[in-house]
Design a binder for this molecule. Structure first.
Ligand SMILES: Cc1cc2nc3c(=O)[nH]c(=O)nc-3n(C[C@H](O)[C@H](O)[C@H](O)COP(=O)(O)O)c2cc1C
Ligand SMILES: CC(C)CC(=O)C(=O)O
Length: 373
């Protein structure tokens, strides 16, 4: 096996598909409804071309960045994804160790299958905590306090999930809500079991029923204020794809914006995130860092996102593919592979540092259209 390691993310995806029960692979891999946005998150990267500059001495490439005051050796971040135990029995602890061994920042999901405390004590690293606002605010507030006291450095509030998107593979597979290790003792377990296990008349998956019983559809800008009132940690808003909301996020005091469509699992026909990134970057005019996730599978994708103004780039499914295929070693290899691919892409584009990955290194469809006018 070690001599036959996958050479790219696609190969990890194939291994993950072989390794996992169909229900779990579909949950990880799937998107909402027609999966138009799911395909476009990846396809949109393919429509952006690179404009390499040559005869630059690229014998030293520096991929480091600074995010919210933290120096990071590369702009890659592990996106928050729920239920890592579906991919590997060691769950988020294995992912956290993989990320830490690459000095990569990980965002721990609210829906994690390992406890905040377990992840925090498994290895030393800078980590952020992702939050959902539950109907019962005390549940969310308690988790924020636990994350704070275990050294998490920022809260990533996911704002694109007032209710769960319609994921048809999960409906077909009768996907059950995976156990959330961090809710134990916070919600009456009977309620959770009913939500997780009961049959539905609505045609949604059991996961959808669980989300409906817990997530608060009244989520609004007031909740950002509420969150600010209960924590002194910086708050990043994840799930913004328009200039209008980006401006509101800055007004609301967000410390950062994550351009995301939740890996195309929420609103189908939302824009591919790489197509929405520049609009958001322009709207915030440097007031806060803008991050992006969705569809990143290559180092060249990372370079394109950085050229269009992302400060850092989050990766979701690829890490889960690595975890499912080869556990902690697989998750680590995925991060390393993306780092090496980015380094090579930078060298071949003549960029010695992230600051040198400027807007003119890419040509978007919009650029091609404008050049015809
Ligand atoms: C299996 C899975 C679970 C996810 N769970 C969460 C979650 O708990 N919270 C959240 O904010 N985003 C969640 N996401 C969305 C990711 O944070 C991220 O936006 C998305 O995976 C990026 O797209 P990519 O998978 O193409 O890299 C999840 C995504 C996947 C694939
Ligand atoms: C339980 C869900 C809300 C987790 C999630 O965000 C997802 O599956 O995309």
């Amino acid at each position: 096996m070690e001599n036959n390691l996958p050479v790219n993310i696609r190969e990890y995806q194939e291994l993950a598909k072989k390794a996992l029960p169909k229900m779990h692979y579909d949950y990880i891999n799937g998107g909402a409804e027609d999966e138009h946005t799911l395909r476009d998150n990846i396809a949109a990267y393919g429509r952006i071309l690179l404009r390499p500059r040559v005869l630059v001495d690229v014998s030293n490439i520096d991929m480091s960045i600074n995010l919210l005051g933290y120096d990071m050796p590369s702009p890659i971040i592990v996106a928050p994804t729920g239920s890592h135990k579906l991919a590997n029995p060691e769950g988020e602890v294995a992912t956290a160790r993989a990320a830490a061994s690459c000095n990569t920042l990980m965002v721990l999901s609210f829906s994690a299958s390992c406890k905040i405390e377990e992840v925090a004590s498994s290895c030393n690293a800078i980590r952020f905590y992702q939050l959902y606002v539950f109907k019962n605010r005390d549940v969310s507030a308690t988790l924020v306090r636990r994350a704070e006291s275990h050294g998490f450095k920022a809260i990533v509030l996911t704002v694109d999930t007032p209710m769960l998107g319609r994921r048809e593979a999960d409906i077909r597979n009768k996907m059950v809500a995976p156990a959330n290790a961090n809710l134990e003792g916070l919600m009456p377990i009977d309620d959770l079991d009913t939500a997780r296990i009961s049959h539905l008349q609505t045609g949604g998956s059991k996961l959808e029923k669980y989300a409906r019983d817990t997530l608060d559809p009244s989520l609004s800008w007031k909740d950002v204020e509420w969150l600010k009132s209960i924590t002194s940690l910086p708050i990043l808003l994840k799930g913004i794809v328009t200039a209008e909301d980006a401006r509101k996020a800055v007004e609301a005091g967000a410390a950062g914006i994550i351009v995301s469509n939740h890996g195309a699992r929420q609103l189908d026909y939302a824009p591919a995130t790489i197509s929405a990134l520049e609009e958001v970057v322009k709207a915030v005019v440097g007031a806060v860092p803008v991050l992006v996730d969705g569809g990143v599978r290559r180092g060249t994708d990372l370079l394109k996102a950085l050229a269009l103004g992302a400060r850092a780039v989050m990766v979701g499914r690829p890490v889960l593919y690595g975890l499912a295929a080869r556990g902690q070693a697989g998750a680590k290899h995925v991060i390393e592979m993306l780092n090496r691919e980015l380094e090579l892409a930078m060298a071949l584009c003549g960029c010695r540092s992230v600051a040198e990955i400027t807007r003119d290194r890419v040509q978007t469809e919009g650029d091609r259209f404008r050049s015809l006018l």
